[in-house]
Design a protein around this ligand. Structure first.
Ligand code: N01
Length: 542
């Protein structure tokens, strides 16, 4: 029997409001509505589902998790019916997958598209969240769940003169749906993070000229993307349960485990052979070649040197190679990109690398980009300049908790959260993959499903026991903050001083290491213990 269609235009009161219809919001809606029987609505700014994969349509956009691991695990039927075409899924295919999920679980009828949330305020007397959308509508719910993603607030740097540019400029995170025609164009690409590294080879192949403006040189390992065969899929599908167990048991939620050996357990010759094999295999797995790469600088140096030597070997022009290999941070201390022919791209006759650390961009002119020592005429500028990560998407909304206190104010010194899930002073607000959780340090679907399951179980518990409010206590958030800091300090991650993990890419943003670096498996156990101990660290009210 088909469910009765709800008239969203008339309905304004729900048990739960979810913000965002990406990976998180879709599963959260399914969990609340179809498992717990709650009335729930998803408010989504875009005209379709997909979140990050709806917006990031830039050329070369592809996931760096292996496709069989970049999917939901909650439905064995879904698992069996979907096959990815490549080792790493491309953006259009991921968007197809998420649309398939939305249809398969009949989710669209409870999603309001084209609906941007501007504010949310907790009404203490009524124990309701009042959520206001850009068009002025007000919806209310007992529970408010943010599913806004970690990397959804595009960061366009405030470079003087951008308004004067007579060509076209685009941020990769807001890519036009109709695409961009690079044929015959002089293109400038600003940024060499994961996005710039994915986009550069594809733009170079289409454009007349590509100028890459590099401020911080970056490591990258070949993805070794390839089509996947029916045989491979048969094997994966037959062993999905085992794959999922592996993914849940590792620190990073991927389908591989970290080798249980130190860089210094092996001879230099053996080490070189291990790195060579990992380079040939490709992908993020490179960082799992030894267990101490992310915790011991001397160990990390060996991986860093290996990759730098590869860059010098691949890139023919020695000056360009030197610029690309002049990397100032430990390997994987910034999110490590993987690529398809990134370094090879600099061997093309139509590609130029410009060092904007040596001579920074002074301004954008009507004709292009002017650095402190040269002018680069351009038709198109592509900003691959990243995001106001993790806190940005939450603080883009005016969220107010008890007594009208604002989240922006509460987080003035950096995110203050318990488990990255709940914020003191903001009852019945849950933040999926919020700051303080493993999130971006984990294969995202694994982190997302763990959060959605935990939140859904918490709400089910409240309903079963007649609880009305759940709220992180300040003491628990303080203690968790100490654990987040300690986990980061035990690794080399904070050593990348320009990293978005630290908020360092956004002027004025507090420098706080935001994700929990203690590992997804450990985090999962902590969350399970918290729940088993009656939601330790959370105040529960009737
Ligand atoms: O952004 P970034 P991204 N002048 O912040 C430079 C995920 N992702 O979009 O390092 C000149 O990493 C900046 O330079 P610097 C993934 O988690 C995943 O590439 O600040 N340059 C840097 O080079 C990733 O980490 C996939 O000195 C400026 C670049 O812009 C995250 O998204 C694919 C500048 C920004 O790099 C973000 O990646 C793509 C300026 N004023 C992304 N401002 C997958 O494969 C900034 N830069 C899943």
């Amino acid at each position: 029997m088909r469910p009765i269609r709800r008239d969203h235009a008339a309905k304004t009161s729900y048990d739960a409001i979810v913000i965002g219809a990406g990976f998180s919001g879709l599963y959260q809606l399914h969990s609340l509505r179809d498992r717990l029987g709650l009335s729930a609505v998803v408010l989504e700014a875009a005209d379709g589902v997909g979140g990050t994969w709806y917006w990031n349509r830039y050329p070369g956009a592809r996931c760096d998790s292996e496709s069989y691991t970049y999917s939901y695990s909650f439905s064995p039927e879904l698992e069996q019916e979907w096959e990815w075409s490549e080792r790493y899924p491309e953006q259009p295919e991921i968007l197809r997958y998420l649309n398939h999920v939305a249809d398969r679980f009949d989710l669209r009828r409870d999603i309001r598209f084209g609906t941007r949330v501007v504010s949310a305020a907790y009404d203490q007397a009524a124990n309701r969240w009042l959520v206001t959308t850009q068009d002025g509508a007000v919806l209310t719910a007992k529970f408010l769940i943010t599913a806004v993603g970690c990397l959804s607030s595009a960061n366009v740097p405030d470079i003087p003169g951008l308004a004067d540019f007579t060509g076209t400029w685009i941020h990769t995170g807001n890519w036009p749906h109709e695409g961009v025609d690079f044929a015959g164009k002089r293109v400038g690409l600003i940024g060499t993070g994961s996005t710039g590294i994915q986009a550069a080879p594809v733009i170079a192949a289409a454009a007349a000229q590509l100028t890459v403006f590099q401020r911080t040189a970056n490591y990258s390992v070949p993805a070794r993307n390839a089509p996947m065969s029916r045989e491979e899929w048969r094997g994966i599908k037959a062993n999905y349960a085992e794959h999922r167990r592996t993914m849940r048991s590792t620190p990073n939620g991927h389908g591989f485990t970290i080798a249980d050996r130190s860089v210094f357990d092996v001879t230099p010759g053996e080490r070189a052979a291990i790195y060579e094999a990992a380079w040939e295999k490709g992908g993020l797995q490179f960082r799992a070649a030894f267990r101490d790469l992310l915790v011991d600088k001397a160990a990390n140096d060996t991986a860093a040197e290996f990759i730098k030597a590869k860059i010098r070997e691949i890139v023919k022009d020695p000056a360009t190679a030197a610029m690309l290999a002049d990397i100032d941070h430990p390997y994987a201390a910034k999110r490590p990109p993987i690529d398809t022919d990134y370094f090879e791209t600099f061997n093309r006759g139509n590609v130029t690398l410009v060092d904007v650390r040596a001579a920074p961009i002074a301004r954008i002119t009507a004709a292009g980009v002017r650095t402190e020592d040269a002018e680069y005429p351009l038709d198109i500028i592509v900003f691959a300049t990243g995001f106001d990560a993790m806190t940005g998407p939450l603080l883009a909304m005016d969220i107010r908790g008890r007594d009208g206190a604002s989240l922006r104010e509460a987080w003035r010194g950096g995110p203050w959260s318990y488990l990255g899930l709940g914020v003191p002073g903001f009852p019945n607000l849950f933040t999926i993959t919020g700051p303080g959780s493993p999130s971006v340090l984990c294969n995202m679907p694994v982190a997302i499903e763990q959060h959605v399951d935990w939140i859904s179980a918490c709400i089910a518990h409240m309903r079963a026991t007649g609880l009305e409010t759940v709220e992180a206590t300040p003491e628990a958030a303080d203690r968790w903050g100490e654990q987040v800091n300690a986990a980061a300090a035990a690794t080399l991650l904070p050593q990348a001083s320009s990293s978005w993990y630290l908020g360092a890419n956004v002027p004025g943003k507090p420098r706080v290491f935001m994700p929990y670096a203690g590992g997804m498996a450990r985090y999962r156990t902590i969350c399970e213990e918290v729940a088993a101990e009656g939601y330790r660290g959370m105040a529960l009210g009737r």
